[in-house]
Ligand binder design. Structure first.
Ligand code: ATP
Length: 384
């Protein structure tokens, strides 16, 4: 990602092409803005919805705020959008403080869960609206609308009214309207949560492609961890008004900072164990029943006891003991097509969830079967 960001910075130095509604402003791609959120506080009465939040968003980055309901995602997005004012802290866009800049002068594109299209206007008129407001000349506006409808695969619906379109199509119109001015920043608050799963997945891919084509910085809010993992360059995980971890999808999934992130992002097995040896970031641990295994950690954590994460798909099962395997009894086994979902109780009492691929010729495990479970040190992560 460093390379990508460096590339963007280089392009930015070559010239700002989005500041005015001129024909050059309508180049197909823009250079996204960098956003710095510094120690932002926002309270509602005694309740802190944003509690000293800091976040650096790189120019052109696709960053997602992910967290449970009430964790402060929309509050942070609204503060960046200018719908709300922070009680403390500052927000910088390309190095300039924007707290006192009204929303409409920030020049951000915005997409919300509700499509908020003008019902009495056609698709073309909806998408052309921001261009009209910006005083863009007619010929340029027509070209830009056609280009944007094409980008969002909406050209054939240009003359329809919103009521003649499906939810997914309406949301694509809302996205088209948000990007028609080629904003340097696009804010999206749960834009797909009203759509069914298949549609969500196809629009997720479209938004990703759009981001690549457009080059804008995108700040995306979701409570859906799968959506965040699929779409983002980086994810900022929020809990109780704070950002608890920022990282790439693989960092967040493989190396979560704590139990909250481990449990919120993906399915997780948390095993209680005692650290018996540390060598750099590799640890040797002993579980409750005295079985010894190795795990990785960010730093050599100085604790006697630790919670250790093993993802369900990283656990191997065998009918016979293998190196460092732990005996376990099957408590449930489900055939889900390409994978098996198996729950086992390890010696010592802890339950593990396992997801493994179905293998032709291997009988399905049955409740009560004795298996032997194991995992590699690199698939086992000590939580701080
Ligand atoms: P969701 O996924 O449910 O939208 P969220 O993570 O976006 O949740 P926010 O909408 O930012 O969460 O809300 C954070 C907290 O602040 C919540 O507890 C909410 O009840 C509270 N809150 C938000 N807006 C207000 C308001 N205007 N007045 C009082 N409390 C508010």
């Amino acid at each position: 990602m460093a390379e990508k960001v460096a590339g963007r910075v280089e392009r930015r130095n070559a010239g700002d092409n989005t500041s005015a509604a001129t024909s050059e402003a309508f180049e197909r791609s823009v250079i996204g803005s960098g956003i710095a959120v510094r120690e932002i506080v926002k309270s509602y009465g005694a309740f802190r919805a944003a509690d000293q939040v800091s976040l650096e968003i790189e120019p052109g980055e696709f960053i997602t705020l992910l967290g449970p309901s009430g964790s402060g995602k929309t509050t942070l997005l609204n503060l960046i959008a200018g719908f709300q004012k922070p009680d403390d802290g500052e927000i910088l866009v390309d190095g300039k403080a924007i707290q006192d800049v009204p929303t409409h002068k920030r020049g951000f594109g915005m997409v919300f869960q509700s499509y908020a299209l003008f019902p009495n206007m056609t698709v073309t008129q909806n998408v052309a609206f921001p261009l009209r407001m910006a005083g863009v000349d007619r010929a340029t506006a027509e070209r830009r609308v056609a280009e944007t409808l094409d980008m969002m695969r909406l050209s054939e619906h240009a003359a329809k009214s919103p009521s003649q379109m499906s939810g997914g199509q309406q949301q694509r119109v809302a996205i088209a309207r948000a990007i028609v001015l080629r904003p340097k920043v696009v804010l999206m608050d749960e834009p797909l949560s009203a759509l069914d799963r298949r549609l969500r997945e196809s629009i997720q891919i479209e938004i990703r492609q759009l981001h690549r084509t457009l080059g804008s910085t995108i700040l995306f809010v979701t409570h859906d961890q799968g959506e965040a993992l699929t779409m983002s360059d980086r994810i900022a995980v929020m809990d109780a008004g704070k950002i608890v971890q920022v990282g790439t999808p693989t960092e967040i999934y493989r190396h979560p900072k704590d139990r909250f992130v481990a449990s919120f992002v993906g399915e997780s097995n948390l095993i209680e164990a005692e650290v018996v040896q540390k060598r750099g970031t590799t640890m040797t641990l002993k579980n409750r029943a005295g079985y010894v295994f190795s795990a990785e950690s960010r730093d050599a954590i100085d604790v006697g006891r630790a919670s250790v994460l093993v993802r369900p798909e990283r656990i191997a099962i065998s009918d016979v003991p293998t190196a460092n395997s732990i005996p376990a009894v099957v408590t449930s086994a489900l055939f889900l097509g390409e994978i098996l979902r198996v729950e086992v109780r390890m010696e010592g009492g802890e339950t593990l969830l396992i997801r493994c691929t179905d293998r032709t010729g291997r009988p399905l495990p049955s409740v009560g079967d004795l298996l032997h479970v194991s995992w590699g040190a690199e698939d086992c992560w000590v939580l701080s």
